[in-house]
Design a binder for this molecule. Sequence first.
Ligand code: ATP
Ligand code: 3PG
Length: 457
Amino acid sequence: MAFVSVPAALRTGAVAKATTSVASSSSVFVASNRRVQVPAAGAASASPSGVVMQATATAKKSIKDLTAADLAGKRVLVRCDLNVPLDGKTITDDTRIRASIPTIEYLTAAGAKVLLSSHLGRPKSGPEDKFSLAPVATRLSELLKKDVKMAPDCIGDGVAEIVSGMSNGDVTLLENVRFYKEETANDTEFAKKLAANADMFVNDAFGTAHRAHGSTAGVTEFLRPSVAGLLLEKELAYLAGAVSNPKRPFAAIVGGSKVSSKIGVIESMLDKVDKLVIVGGMVFTFLKARGLSTGSSLVEDDKIELAKELEEIAAKKGVKIILPVDVVAADKFAPDAKTQLVSVDAIPDDTMGLDQGPKSTELINAELADCKTVLWNGPAGVFEFDAFATGTYAIANTLAEVTANGATTIIGGGDSVAAVEKAGLAEKMSHISTGGGASLELLEGKVLPGVAALDDQ
Ligand SMILES: Nc1ncnc2c1ncn2[C@@H]1O[C@H](COP(=O)(O)OP(=O)(O)OP(=O)(O)O)[C@@H](O)[C@H]1O
Ligand SMILES: O=C(O)[C@H](O)COP(=O)(O)O
């Protein structure tokens, strides 16, 4: 399987532009494989963005291609990914909400009436209070320092009435689009109703760009223009840019627990990286493939053969695979488990590896020290339990250090990002991706329907 190249990403709908937040000026790798200085975006200007790198005819439009006149007074439907973890009504990680702010502020500064839409969780049977976006409206109000009205629905007369009362610069959050099964079915009539209250569409939901749903793809049939928001652009620029022409050495760290869904990415990565660091629950399928005993550790037996093949492919391609050499073995999957530090060739039968040991951390740190680009998806241990968080935080610290030394570091995946946030190191990374599944699908070279549906340049 070929790793995604930037031209391929563009053919599948990636935005061929560099971008930045409203407030800052930065440079990112873009489609042309060279570094481009990106001016601060400010409020919508009268001219299209000057940083467009129109690498192919199918590059996508962004809000920076719209003029102030295009936006002022217009009802703009903005699809965000505000699918945040909740503990009851308490948001436990607001990364995705904060990441959505630059686009919202860009639009309100230009005098648009902003209608935000999102899903939250996977409700199965209509409206359910626990999946309401109401807590998100409260957090948005705090971050935007203005009142964000919570609509009781995402379609219908009630919404139309709220929208008709909105002034320029106002923001309303529509209720969870997944309260309608028609959303995930990408039902045309539903999409039409969603579009009915707006004049144009902005997709800023990178985390949901791999879903062809009513609010991500369907609405584009009814709203023109349909363009990318700043977050979507930034995600695509970083992810496509990092893998198309990485500064080398280029390392990917792949961990976590979803072995079957990530092993395909590993396959893709072997065409691109110099080093592949396997961590977390992913480790044990590879150790078993090497003939080692893994006790009751997480192993996906039907992936053992593939793990063997990947090691062979890596050897042929000259990619160094780095696996832990020691693990923290626990007698049960619990925060208070009895633990012992063992070498990977001596994992006792009645134990499971829940974190990497200090020798592994030392080895991995040494391998990452000279890297100029590092992608990380998936924690190195069960970091939710303090007893098994050491390896994950050690990787986060090392990545903060290599970033300070000039490397580009990109963190993707819900739990990896949560771990970096928990360690207080998010600001120290080059890019924190808001997409788990979406970033992996992009890296695998798959089409992202939410991007493909947007207007071509
Ligand atoms: N050795 C291990 N054994 C079992 N589970 C592990 C181990 N190491 C890490 N994990 C678990 O992996 C989970 C995260 O895996 P996951 O693959 O979902 O990563 P992620 O960063 O959320 O990526 P994505 O969002 O792409 O799914 C965590 O809940 C963590 O406890
Ligand atoms: O959390 C995510 O990965 C996105 O919000 C997409 O959610 P989904 O997997 O429920 O479509």
